[in-house]
Design a protein around this ligand. Sequence first.
Ligand SMILES: Nc1ncnc2c1ncn2[C@@H]1O[C@H](COP(=O)(O)OP(=O)(O)OP(=O)(O)O)[C@@H](O)[C@H]1O
Ligand SMILES: [Mg+2]
Length: 523
Amino acid sequence: MSTVDDSPRATAAPSDAAAPLLEVTDVSKSFGGAHALRGVSLSIRPGVVHGLIGANGAGKSTLIKVLAGIEQPDSGVIRVDGASVSVADPDAAAALGLAFIHQEMSLIPGWNVLRNMLLGQKPPTRLGVIDWRPARKRAKVVADRLGIGFSLATNVDDLSTADQWLVLIARALMRDARLIAMDEPTASLSAAEATRLHRIIRELAASGTAVIFVSHRLDEVSELCEDITVFKDGVVTKRTVASRVSKAELVSAIVGRDLVIPEHGHDAPAVTGRPVLEVRGVSDARLVRDVSLTVHAGEILGLAGLVGAGRTEVAKIVYGAGRRTGGTVLLEGRPIDFREPADAVRAGIGLVPEERRSEGLFLERTIDFNINIATLSSLRPSLAWPLLRFREGRRRAEAIAKAVTVKAKDAGAIVGSLSGGNQQKVAIARWLVDTPKLLLLDEPSRGVDVGARAEVHRVIRELAARGTAVLAISSDNEELVALCDRVVVMAEGRVTGELTGTDITADHLLSLSFDRGNEKDAA
Ligand SMILES: Nc1ncnc2c1ncn2[C@@H]1O[C@H](COP(=O)(O)OP(=O)(O)OP(=O)(O)O)[C@@H](O)[C@H]1O
Ligand SMILES: [Mg+2]
């Protein structure tokens, strides 16, 4: 039997093992005139991790929402254990034994970890009184299994993004689900944390649970997933088994052509211009200890380390969202102490925060509004839109959105209706219209597909070539290797080393990330 099948309408499972748990046949879904899914068929086997990959906007999340009962398909059939089912709403999905971790963070802000984990649980009643004890006990077991180190009484607002994702994963594990679908669960995790999640997923599969795993990290998909389905523009373009497919084949199924991804983006040594940002001996009340680094004009400086190493905190201190307790920060030689991010933007700093959906974008506004907002009298969306600049603004927005391959009808599309990765691209695109003095990027290509990532990197390099100083935080060592001229590594709130040029390798980055010492020049 052929295991690789490029025909979009083929329905055969890649292997002839157990009967499928879930079958999707010929499912279509459009939004307005846009086809998010066109005749999609796939089958999910019990005990198998099934990878779902494809470019931003290809339809992965839409399929997951259909299975979760959040969206209703226009046509097609869903079967569980061979019987046709209708998933009218999320409760129906839960009753079928399906659990979901969606791409949009869905924690209840202000609630503690335990309450968030218990959300959706239906505890037994004893003598008319709800008995939460078994659920609480179970929450503890699940938390231990995930290696959750923080207390379950912690307010989720106080957790890092990565820890918040762990809570979402914990919530899904609270159910005895037969299938868990995870939409980009590792996008916000560092390599070490992702590895921990991989182990848990393997255990789940070994115990018979089916897992749907969405990711743009092709290496992890090849390693973790047995079955792989590739989407492009709402159509299945490839179904295969991981052991028989190369990364290059996956990439070409995703982007529809062969793509050469540069291994190393910085063959030429960095031109060190004048210092633009100088962080000197900065500490904060919690984690950051005596951090110093300098970013020069035209330079792309990476900030590496594990999630929780203090990198985002350092960036926040620079742009006025965090408070320092010691040290100084200079912008073009002058001390700065911004009270809020808007002040930093006014001073010529471009900002792509880690949580851009909540902090960086106006989801209910259009692409061109979101891109041009940075260049207008910043951050005051309610001010009248200057009519004269409208056309010019839209034209520029369209050009820049196209450069970073935002998939949308035109620049008048509402950002909230874009796929997750395309929203990320809009958040980055807005800073590419002008040339900021300093560009702070926190996880620039999180959630961005493999083709667009190369484009985003190219545009960042162009900005640097025009003189912008770039500070890029990334948990993706491959990205740091490809993008940066120089990398500063942090661990546990301190700088553990610095790498330049061809010394920037995944191995060096990893060993410095785990370095607990405080040597300045480990490199
Ligand atoms: N509620 C909606 N209204 C309008 N269009 C939508 C809506 N939800 C999704 N779409 C469109 O459907 C298409 C598929 O989006 P989907 O979110 O499924 O992509 P994806 O493969 O998950 O992408 P990503 O990798 O960026 O997360 C996109 O073109 C998107 O703009
Ligand atoms: Mg998605």
